[in-house]
Write a protein that binds this ligand. Sequence first.
Ligand code: FAD
Ligand code: SF4
Length: 460
Amino acid sequence: MPNMSLKKNPMPAQEPAVRAHNFDEVALGYTPEQAMDEAARCLNCKNKPCVAGCPVAIDIPAFIGKVKEGDFAAAYEILSRSTSLPAVCGRVCPQETQCESKCVRGIKGEPVAIGRLERFVADWHMHNAQEKPARPTPNGHKAAVIGAGPAGLTCAGDLARKGYDVTIFEALHTAGGALVYGIPEFRLPKAIVEKEIDTLRDLGVKVETNMVIGKVLSVDELFDMGFESVFIGSGAGLPRFMNIPGENLKGVYSANEFLTRVNLMKAFRKDNPTPVKDVRRVAVVGGGNVAMDAARCSKRLGADVYIVYRRGMEELPARHEEVEHAEEEGIIFKTLTNPVKINGNENGYVASMTCVEMELGEPDASGRRRPIEKVGSDFDLPVDCVIMSLGTTPNPLIKNTTPGLEVNRKGGIVVNEEGLTSHASVYAGGDAVTGAATVILAMGAGKLGAKSIDEQLSKK
Ligand code: FAD
Ligand code: SF4
């Protein structure tokens, strides 16, 4: 008999008052008993609507069925057929708009907690797996991957499993992409990403860090070195600004710079050589997931934090769960508010931000109601740090150094349905193609790139 409870098993989590002062993971994960009880909510539907909602088509009812039986090793085996980063996806995928949005249990009550179960199985495997994966037999072909984010890592893993000699060239000193420089420790511990990357290394994938392609080597030079195909997964790391007065004052950061300093460089440690200024009152401008991450990091650095967003609470693009967590931790939402100027003190540091109040008019091209400025509503918000979280675009460096590589007007690399770019034997995927998107979509693109490279090179 299935468990007919209308609610998901709640996720054990740190108390808001405690977690607002530490960088430890907020969600603590299911126990085996909770996981098996949650798995018993699955009806094992014949037509598996949840699978169609998963961008990498995990056989969801099959892995959940094994969790229900308590056979976690078999559940992991099913997961690993479709995803190389299950511990990551179980934590950060927007399941509410993907697999869980299609789950029939969601019609009357809450859907099965598919993401929490995926995380449980991946964590169980990390703690219990003894054996390293066997090294595949080499097939004699060499492929290069640019960027060690989810797109590049997935492409590299899939190629290595087919026997390719794969090298990833990564600009930063650490592999992981936005999983390590962007998403904070308290949502995705770095040790989890490292373990997933170690699994790829065990398969034979080589990772060359501090290698900015377009500066140290060009794409064409990779071919001169004997690589037969190249996959570009260089992400979308170039931040947007508002172009308002005062954005060059000390204490104004892009969200990416701020998060890189805090997450990757551990700026919260006093002995760290890459600090962030001591912050007391922070304004984060924007309403997406990245804005929530920047706000929650600032809170953990001890600041009073405002989210400044020009539309209302209803229109916030961030995941509902992230907004809820931010509110619980005491972040103040100044919605229907738009900055027009950042004001500095005599030393060139941020002292306040002038904002105007907004109201919502008719829907615009995006379908959301257009924010309109209320005349004469200017006010000063006293802050000593402003974090701009207005989205990012792909960095033009690779495009500018690769003759014949076509990009669209937003800077995304143009690819065909096989992930092939306008340059022979160069494939691309993830945020470098789509602009800022999600981990699982980047992984799906990495999978497609690996499949197409294999189809090309296996004919040689
Ligand atoms: P990236 O992860 O950006 O990786 C690209 C890699 O390429 C980087 O390591 C970069 O250093 C490297 N690189 C760039 N240029 C070069 C070069 N010239 N040479 C060599 N290497 C280069 N998605 C979710 O699904 N859920 C979330 O909760 C979520 N939260 C997020 C929070 C933040 C703060 C951020 C920034 C993103 C978040 N995302 C989330 C989005 C998600 O992380 C990205 O969509 C995903 O990481 C894109 O993967 P990618 O491999 O295409 O690019
Ligand atoms: Fe199980 Fe929901 Fe998928 Fe049906 S839709 S198989 S109940 S997870």
